[in-house]
Design a protein around this ligand. Structure first.
Ligand SMILES: Nc1ncnc2c1ncn2[C@@H]1O[C@H](COP(=O)(O)OP(=O)(O)O)[C@@H](O)[C@H]1O
Length: 210
């Protein structure tokens, strides 16, 4: 059982289908002072595949399915706490930039105990063929098992549509920024940043960010 925190950590979410560019944007944002990028898929991929938990990840991801919620949130929370304890992530001053979590309404509920979501950036790409093309390209570059077969690619897109996309209705409309994910990365980044710097939570602390 995961306990709620007294003070919820400020967070931005990057939401989108596999191949929509969440990781690309998250990495760049994470290199900006006071923004801390956390990619759930990377947390899973860093697991030792000889362990039971590492094997469970491979089992689900290689089928294009989501890892069960309880396990996902526990593992993710443990990783964030680790980063906080080792001071790489500073919960009192950093904005968490979450990529790949939450991935369904259940996870959104679970993590709401310790996060205050200030904006959801939806990288929208309705063109399935374009998503599949990007995943194939990534499979070659990053040696990603879960992007290597056509069946798994299609399954991952279907999983997104069935489980993750409905999450957009979980968050109130004024919390969601729609961004065209087919535009070049620099334009997508520009949209995210220009919205983030107008948010009250950012303006409240902007003068302390130097
Ligand atoms: N929040 C999550 N809940 C359940 N499974 C997850 C979650 N995040 C990652 N995974 C697992 O890890 C795989 C790879 O995730 P990720 O690297 O985020 O892919 P992508 O960036 O292409 O969407 C997913 O297909 C899934 O099996």
């Amino acid at each position: 059982m995961i306990k709620a925190l007294d003070v919820k950590r400020p967070a931005f979410l990057i939401l989108g289908a596999p191949g929509s560019g969440k990781g690309t944007q998250g990495k760049i944002l994470g290199s900006i002072p006071r923004f801390f990028h956390c990619a759930c898929g990377d947390v899973f991929r860093s697991l030792d595949t000889r362990t039971a938990i590492g094997r469970r990840f491979v089992e689900y991801s290689s089928r294009g399915e989501l890892v069960p919620d309880e396990l996902t949130v526990e593992l993710w929370k443990a990783q964030v706490d680790n980063w906080a304890e080792s001071h790489v992530y500073k919960p009192d001053i950093d904005f968490l930039v979450l990529d790949g979590i939450p991935r369904n309404v259940e996870q959104a509920e679970m993590i709401s105990k310790f996060l205050e979501v200030h904006q959801v950036f939806h990288l929208s790409c309705p063109n399935r063929a374009e998503l599949a093309r990007r995943m194939r390209k990534r499979a070659l570059k990053e040696n990603r098992l879960d992007d290597a077969s056509e069946d798994v690619i299609q399954q991952r897109i279907s999983t997104y549509e069935a489980e993750t996309k409905p999450m957009l209705d979980y968050y109130s409309k004024d919390l969601v920024t729609e961004i065209d994910a087919t535009r070049p990365p620099v334009e997508v980044l520009g949209k995210i940043i220009s919205k983030a710097v107008t948010l009250p939570v950012y303006l409240e602390c902007a003068d302390q960010i130097v």
